[in-house]
Design a protein. Structure first.
Lengths: 549, 328
């Protein structure tokens, strides 16, 4: 009897329960929507103060998560049967249902009568009197207000959008740079003139750089990371060079005849090396006795064994082998064997070590691209109409027939400087490449490719924050056209009007970040070409690094 | 007493209706007062009726005794009334052999229904003679305790206007009353009916509707009415809310109440609510029953402070505000 009656009451309550549950979940969906709106507004407001990449995705996913959370909360806090019973009772059943529910275990006369009475009332209960849509007015007002705020916010231009666009460009430049680095890394592994140990160290450095640059969108940070790698690479090469020179010096020091040369090598004194080598060559030309010749040959062979740089090792060994060959043949010793060696030792003393030049060049290029990407935003025409130096690197490389060389190119171009961000660029470029040796240097002339660049018109404010500098290269080929209107008059005078924006915005002055990359690349390339002392190179590098920090 | 069965429960409302119907023959109007008196009688409580003279209080009690077929005594309380005048006393009597011996002469308190008319005119000492009878349904005289007939009720009256030479009932005495009922002046329609009944035509006499055993049976049935936990909780919170010193007490209680209701107040509310539920033909207590019973059960158990009295607050007004402030 108990089960039957309890079941009957439960069944009688079910339709009401369904309506109450539906109302409950509608309320939670509404609350969740309200919370999602607040969440979206918070993100949008935050995006006005801080650039948030993928804002739409964050908002969509977050709002969905908030809504889901509210649904889960709705599930957890769904109305119990007790609450349902009280709600029915509130609609005229005068606590009959809750009493029946609580008396489920009783079967005395009162309990039976009470259940019967409750069932009778429940059967005649109007379920439609339980409303499904009961949203408090304050919720409705709050939702309307939030929706209005969201709409208004979506129409207000977000100043951080430019920053985000810039970051995307930077990311793109970084990705491109990373691809170049990968390419250079591949070439490095095939490079025979670099020791395996050096390759490993360089690879390790590059891996670290790639890790640092992954998902990096702040161009300053990216530049810093690249500069750091550059410095480490330079330091590593310098260290290798010094170690190698010390090692060669120790080997040469064992023989009296090469003791002075050993001192010159250890002191990294290019002039002294040249002088000592000339002295040795003179001695060879004048003829050496067998013992002295054998001693010199042995000293060179020992030095070759001590050298870790494959190219230098080869040079030393070649000189020693040539002497050994002459001595075996009984012919007079030729000084020509020492010519190549002299050049190599002098270059080493001067710190002109260019084996990983591709790598250094790739890093420089990457910095330039990033700086350029960070500076774009409405001035694309000016850069597209520029010097064509972007093609110069590869042209310079074409000039070297053996080793990779670095080069620079110059080009002239015409570009409609209408400020619309689109234009055609036609240019011809010539490249001059320099290698480690005079054989490596080469020239190439190539006509520049014509291309078109279409970039979205940017916000002029995006570059306004950069200091404007005077760029003399623009005077000749990319400068502002001066329009002179000439109106004949009776007096024969003409009237001249400058339709530009005045001296302050004369296009010879442009934001420094637009040319920074070019300047840096050119400086680095020049350093590669010239015999500049390492400490001076370091100073120049630090100067450019400090500009991006 | 027989075990409660469905038939007994279902006949409860009819029985009460028949009692009400008979009383209504002699008492014009005052339906709520009659109903509340019956609720108290069935629940086994005493009633304090407060109203100006001539509203039919005494007639109501007399009619009740007649309809319920119960013995009825009336005590007119005066300042010189002594406790022994109420309880009875031992007097020297000669037996058949002519020997003198003490014999207990029961006082008017020995009846099923005792009407203590104008109870506040007697001294506190005399008033207190009723304490044991009201609570324990017994009387102790000369060290001997004597039981009072069951069912036993005290229905006291007091005049709210004439306060000179009166002795207000102390809190302990008031707490013994299950209900305090305020008898209002009849309406014009009711006055017409009263005049027509009493000054013209034949006297209408109420008939006996039930007897004492039936009243005891009704009381037993009412005790078993189920009450949901939440409803009982509401009643208890209501009583607690009358206490200004308790955390969460409503502002009105904090501001105007000196002392709140005793637990007897809660007992009275629940018992009365159960009776009301059955009178309404329901088999469970509702929030409405609790609210209905709260006024007569608490109004004499809430004592206003000086501020409350000075601002002319009433207990009923305080109860109103507490009910409004309290969530079900």
């Amino acid at each position: 009897m108990k089960t039957a009656i309890n079941g009957a009451i439960y069944r009688a309550m079910l339709p009401v329960r369904k309506r109450i549950l539906l109302r409950h979940f509608i309320n939670y969906v509404f609350l969740g929507t309200l919370a999602a709106l607040i969440y979206a507004i918070a993100w949008i407001i935050a995006s006005f103060f801080y650039p948030i990449m993928g804002l739409d995705l964050y908002i969509l996913l977050g709002a969905a998560a908030v809504l889901a959370l509210f649904m889960v909360l709705g599930m957890v806090f769904r109305p119990s049967l007790t609450k349902v019973a009280y709600e029915i009772d509130d609609r005229g059943l005068q606590q009959r249902v809750i009493t029946s529910y609580e008396m489920s275990g009783r079967n005395d006369a009162f309990a039976v009568l009470q259940r019967r009475d409750t069932l009778k009332r429940l059967k005649s209960f109007d379920y439609g009197s339980i409303p499904v849509w009961v949203i408090p007015k304050r919720w409705l007002y709050a939702s309307a207000a939030m929706a209005a705020i969201l709409i208004v916010l979506s129409f207000i231009p977000n100043p951080q959008d430019d920053v985000i666009r810039e970051r995307l460009r930077v990311q793109e430049a970084i990705d491109k740079g990373l691809a170049d680095i990968d390419k250079a890394e591949d070439e490095l592994t095939r490079e025979a003139e670099i020791s395996d140990e050096q390759k490993q160290d360089i690879t390790k450095l590059l891996e670290e750089l790639k890790r640092d640059l992954k998902d990096q969108s702040d161009y300053k940070e990216a530049m810093k990371d690249i500069s750091k790698t550059e410095e480490a690479l330079e330091k590593m090469l310098e260290q290798t060079r010094l170690t190698q020179m010390a090692s060669i010096a120790r080997s040469l020091d064992k023989s009296d005849i090469t003791k002075a040369l050993a001192n010159a090598v250890e002191g990294q004194d290019a002039e002294a090396i040249e002088s000592e080598m000339e002295r040795l060559k003179d001695m060879l030309r004048q003829g050496l006795d067998k013992e002295t010749a054998a001693e010199l040959q042995k000293a060179l062979a020992d030095a070759a064994a001590a050298a870790s740089d494959p190219q230098l090792k080869e040079g030393l060994q070649a000189a020693a082998d040539a002497m050994a060959s002459d001595m075996a043949a009984g012919t007079s010793l030729s000084s020509a064997a020492l010519d190549g060696l002299q050049e190599q030792l002098m270059q080493m003393a001067q710190g002109v070590s260019g084996e990983p030049a591709d790598m250094q060049y790739a890093l420089q290029q990457m910095k330039g691209q990033i700086a350029q990407a960070a500076g774009q935003g409405g001035m694309q025409v000016a850069s597209s109409g520029g010097t064509g130096s972007q093609n110069s690197g590869s042209e310079g490389q074409d000039g070297s027939d053996r080793n990779s060389g670095s080069g620079s190119g110059s080009g002239s171009g015409n570009s409609p400087s209408d400020g619309s961000g689109s234009g055609d660029s036609n240019g011809s470029g010539s490249g001059i490449g320099s290698g480690h040796t005079n054989q490596d240097a080469g020239n190439s002339n190539s006509s520049g490719s014509s291309g078109s660049t279409n970039k979205p018109e940017g916000d002029p404010d995006s570059y306004a924050e950069y200091e404007r500098i005077y760029d003399p290269t623009r005077l000749g080929d990319g400068g502002e056209t001066s329009h002179i209107t000439d109106k004949p008059s009776d007096s024969g005078d003409s009237q001249q009007t400058d339709v530009g924006n005045g001296l302050g915005s004369f296009d010879g002055f442009i934001p420094y970040n637009e040319v920074f990359g070019d300047y840096q690349s050119q400086a680095m390339e020049s350093m590669e070409r010239s015999a500049i002392p390492p400490n001076m190179r370091e100073t120049v590098r630090q100067y450019f690094s400090s500009l991006v920090e | 007493m027989d075990e409660i069965n469905a038939e007994m429960i279902e006949s409860f409302a009819d029985k009460v209706k028949s009692i009400e119907g008979e009383i209504a023959k002699e008492i014009i109007g005052q339906r709520e007062i009659i109903r509340q008196v019956l609720m108290a009688v069935i629940a086994g409580g005493n009633v304090l009726l407060e109203g100006v003279p001539g509203l039919g209080k005494t007639r109501l009690v007399k009619t009740l005794g007649h309809v319920l077929d119960l013995s009825f005594n009336r005590i007119q309380f005066t300042p010189d009334l002594m406790p022994a005048d109420i309880t009875g006393t031992n007097i020297i009597m000669k037996d058949e052999q002519g020997n003198n011996r003490f014999s207990f002469q029961p006082g008017p308190i020995f009846a099923n229904i005792v009407l203590a008319d104008e109870i506040n005119r007697a001294t506190p000492k005399t008033q207190s003679a009723l304490l044991e009878a009201m609570q324990e349904h017994s009387v102790t005289v000369a060290g001997q305790t004597r039981g009072l007939p069951e069912p036993y009720f005290v229905l006291a009256t007091q005049n709210p206007l004439e306060q000179e030479g009166t002795y207000p009932l102390p809190e302990a005495q008031l707490d013994r009353f299950f209900f305090k009922l305020l008898v209002d002046f009849p309406s014009l329609e009711e006055l017409h009916a009263i005049i027509e009944l009493t000054t013209a035509g034949d006297d209408v006499v109420a008939h006996k509707a039930v007897d004492g055993d039936a009243i005891l049976q009704l009381r037993e049935i009412a005790r078993h009415v189920p009450i949901a936990r939440g409803v009982q909780d509401y009643a208890l919170r209501l009583v607690l809310a009358t206490h200004p010193e308790i955390d969460g007490a409503p502002d009105v209680a904090r501001r105007y109440v000196r002392y709140g209701s005793s637990p007897r107040g809660a007992q009275a509310i629940i018992s009365a609510a159960k009776v009301r539920a059955l009178m309404e033909g329901r088999y469970n207590v509702s929030f409405d029953d609790i609210k209905y019973a709260a006024y007569p059960a608490l109004r004499h158990r809430i004592f206003l402070n000086f501020e409350g009295l000075a601002e002319g607050r009433t207990s009923d007004g305080i109860i109103d505000e507490i009910i409004d402030a309290l969530a079900e």
